[in-house]
Design a binder for this molecule. Sequence first.
Ligand SMILES: C[S@@+](CC[C@H](N)C(=O)[O-])C[C@H]1O[C@@H](n2cnc3c(N)ncnc32)[C@H](O)[C@@H]1O
Length: 318
Amino acid sequence: MPVRTVTEHGMTEKLGRIRARLAGGSRGAKTAEEALATLESYRARYRCIAELAVMGAEFDAAGPLEVVDRETPLLTYCRSEARVASGPRYHRHWRASMDRSDPAYKGQADYTPTLLRLYDPLVLGPILRYVWRVRREDTIGQYRQHIRPNHLDIGPGTGYALEHSGLPAGSPVTILDPNPNVLRYVTRRLRDLDLTAVEADVLKPLPVEGPFASAGLAAVLHCLPGPLDRKAAAIANIARVLAPDATLFGVTVLGRSHRHTRLGRAFLTAFNRRGAFDNLDDTEEGIRDILRRSFKEVTLETIGGVALFTATGPRPGS
Ligand SMILES: C[S@@+](CC[C@H](N)C(=O)[O-])C[C@H]1O[C@@H](n2cnc3c(N)ncnc32)[C@H](O)[C@@H]1O
């Protein structure tokens, strides 16, 4: 059986370098052919890794390298097929790649390793409870109710919700986020899941295979660049990779026309000024509308300053 391989034409392409990756190992060269040849020459060295993973026989049965994908700089896609030869875990070194001029840049730029360390105790603690007036159990409850193995999680943050979702160990989950810090953090945290990490922007066509059995979009819509018409592209992109019986679920902070507390209003203004949020004009009706454009059934419930939603029945060709 051929070994599915990805050639990555990354940030260094400007310098004329191309990288081929095999099962957590990668080799760089000036052309794709050279990179593949170098990678092939390393095959024998990778065998000991397969041995350690008790997969020596599978490794020996592997055929020639077959290029199944050329990656663009915006995308880092760790295919599960590529793990066949290296055992159940992969290690990647991600680098920041979203262009600063991209309208979605600011919504993901704040997730540094420091913020990710503070995120659970701070953002999922007092900010969620006292600023947005929703209990952590309400958002985790959505995960517990709707998540299914072969789940797609957009903007997983620290992976807290996935960790507490009740998914059995070994369940396949794909996380998608443009921020490499997020992907690295969640990959380390959720070692029990069969994780695939994809560095990508939900506003662009999703470089994932699907169909997924469920998708989470928790606290992401308010980070995406407005207006809601632009955010509709994210919903349509997700709908396209879901199974017909899948559920998309999530939560988002409502905009300035909602009845926020004074504290909520202060945070809303500050986060929008900073660019971390772009949701001043996001309304309950507007969110329901963009969900309905891509899904047949939509539910939306307001708790405190946020809207919790579910959407089922992805419309074909949405
Ligand atoms: C507020 S955090 C939400 C984290 C987690 N889902 C939660 O509920 O706590 C927003 C997440 O969305 C990601 N994000 C921001 N812009 C994005 C985009 N254009 N595409 C995909 N993810 C994005 C951020 O990198 C971050 O992981």
